[in-house]
Design a protein around this ligand. Sequence first.
Ligand code: ATP
Length: 353
Amino acid sequence: MRELSKAFGATPILRDISFEVPEGEFCVVLGPSGCGKTTLLRLVAGLEAPSTGEIFLEGSRIDALPPRERDVAFVFQSYALYPHMTVFENLGFSLRLRGFSKNEIQSKVTEAARLLELEGQLQRKPHELSGGQRQRVALGRAIVRQPKIFLFDEPLSNLDPALRASMRIELARLHERLKPTILYVTHDQAEAMILGETIMVLNEGELQQSGSPSAIYHQPANTFVARFVGHPQMNLIEGKLDDKGRLFTSNGFELELSGAVWKGWGTFAGKSLTLGIRPEDLYPAGAEEPWIRGEVEMVEDLGSEQFVHLKREGVRIVVRLPVNVRVRRGEILDLKADPDRLHLFHHGNRVNP
Ligand code: ATP
């Protein structure tokens, strides 16, 4: 899509969105509630018309076409299977509406059922299926139509956490096997990281960053992406660099940055900056000179790891530590971080590579 914008009345919902989903790729649109994700899918499906901009599918412009002629399949939050129909009938329903012959329907449905490993379930009704099987039927209904792109709107959001986790894996496997082109909307950053080959991060109708999960996580383009992706959130510390561009001073501590591999700090000498450190990039300083010293305010022990919350004169820091590091509330903890893994933002935008 190219320079796509949408407003409802005078309210802009999407602003100037340009991006491309390569054929066969799993692309995730990630953003908080209300940022315009569903609207974006509806524009692609033709359920809304863009205010300005263009949408192309395999090189042909589609934004003026009615939904039926777009060759896209929308898979919704609720699977919306017909409860009184068997799996076979659910899978073949749209083909029947389109006037396909009995034989054609039989062969397309059998093929989809084979791909989705639903052959044994064809005569069952939806209530006799597991959540995962129901999801596959919903997907199968889209597959039989052989669309050029699948649009998913938070398909896992109604499921309990355990089922959601197994469905994620199932979806990733299916994509690996069948390689359909997918545009998938979610507000769940973990889901986006697991499923997406490309992630587009949206906020307030604007594209913040698009890239591989690794690029989004390790080189967030701005403080919004830095905060939105990753759990616990990245520590963001407001401060200032000294005139030599070496010492970062914040309201509770000073960091000597001269040891950092990136030599570009000096460009921002004397400027106000935000320093970002992921909780897992901090570690106990041991005998080394600590960077951050803070009092342990709270420990979240998850069994497999612990999130330690420190405070120091108004600055709050979260550290992810292995459980074999013993920490207690009220204790003073000395920490270091790998200087290569620091993130630096100026006016909210990333400045280091
Ligand atoms: P969620 O994750 O909560 O579903 P979303 O990111 O999918 O959110 P959208 O459903 O695209 O967000 O909505 C974006 C904004 O557009 C919201 O503020 C919503 O109230 C507004 N909006 C959506 N549809 C319409 C409409 N038909 N008329 C007016 N405003 C609308």
